[in-house]
Design a protein around this ligand. Sequence first.
Ligand SMILES: C[S@@+](CC[C@H](N)C(=O)[O-])C[C@H]1O[C@@H](n2cnc3c(N)ncnc32)[C@H](O)[C@@H]1O
Ligand SMILES: [Zn+2]
Length: 384
Amino acid sequence: MTAEKSPTLSSEGQAHFQVGKAFYRVKSRIGRDLAVLAATVDRQERGTLRILDAMSGCGVRSLRYALEAKVDFVWANEGNPDLHDLLAQNLADSLQDDTFRITHRDANEVFFECYQQRDFYDLVDIDSFGGGAPYLSTGLWATKLGGLLYVTSTDTRTTGGHNPDQSVQLYGAYARPHPASHEQGARLLIGSAMQQAAARGLAVRPIFAYYNGQVHRVMLRLTAGEPWPAEQYGFLGYCHHCGHYQTLSWRQLGRAICDHGERAADLMPQPMVISGPMWLGHLHDRPFLNQMRALAQTWNWHPQVDLLTLMESEATLPPYYFTLPEIGRRGRMDIPKREDLMAGLRDRGFQVSRTHFDAQAIKTDAAISDCIAVARHCHVASRS
Ligand SMILES: C[S@@+](CC[C@H](N)C(=O)[O-])C[C@H]1O[C@@H](n2cnc3c(N)ncnc32)[C@H](O)[C@@H]1O
Ligand SMILES: [Zn+2]
């Protein structure tokens, strides 16, 4: 990871700030844009909004929430006191004194103070390094009921299944590798937060999950009194022999055997590789995304409109994706053209979408054997 360090003024959205020795990554901008949109939608609905920016760095988020989402108050906490002058200068240059507060404490200490003081926040943004697990449950202490918690994981090695023991320690879930591992990263994070909230009689549900190629960001809504979604908290099985995925509940774990569909004749049934438990339900809250997209449209944020449109279309499809290279390899043919494959699947009555997790993949309710059959048909049709 590289942090841009510049002695000159940087800008992002309506914020102008010095980066100095703070960690600031230009590539994380979309994650900040999405948060600003979500905060604005909520502020418009609730009439007022207070933000806890628990790991502020140079303060770019606090500035953007204040200037663009026009929230009423921002608490900017940054654990490193050496960044005080930078953060104080950046916020004082653009904000009124009575609209922000700066502290330099461990984020967990801040969350517990909020709980102790009954000073809950409408949006708690935790932009941590690593897996984010140490703050998944504690961030809930500072979040208002009905409010938002924005969590981070940068540990894609673990969520991608390359360190399953670490994933048990971080998320209480065993993560194995498979081609849809970027989506798995978001689902493990959501699942872990759900379980930790449920242990305290609370509930969280995803508003959106975003992956920028390096970092997972998940926006969660905290509520109380919702039933535990047993059907949507479970396991994902993957067959390394044929590429088939299957969702499984705890009770079905003993039956995680793949019969390989149409390839059954030449292959023995095989146990599937199982990851989980994790969130298996809708990845994003479509109506909320729709509101964010309408707002992005009025702000002429065209790339964000395109991204939100894509996220809406992938929101309700099964919890995995098929990569085009895998379809080509398993079908022993060239990599299929995405648009042809999607049109062919739609013609056969399947739902299908691109996915923001991987530009070379599709999400669909079709099986991989259907994808291979359709891709083969597309190849034949293009040759004749
Ligand atoms: C990823 S950077 C934040 C970047 C910033 N939010 C942005 O969008 O540019 C994480 C920041 O959290 C601070 N930090 C790390 N652990 C912390 C903790 N336990 N409590 C408070 N701050 C912490 C680091 O000093 C670092 O500045
Ligand atoms: Zn199989």
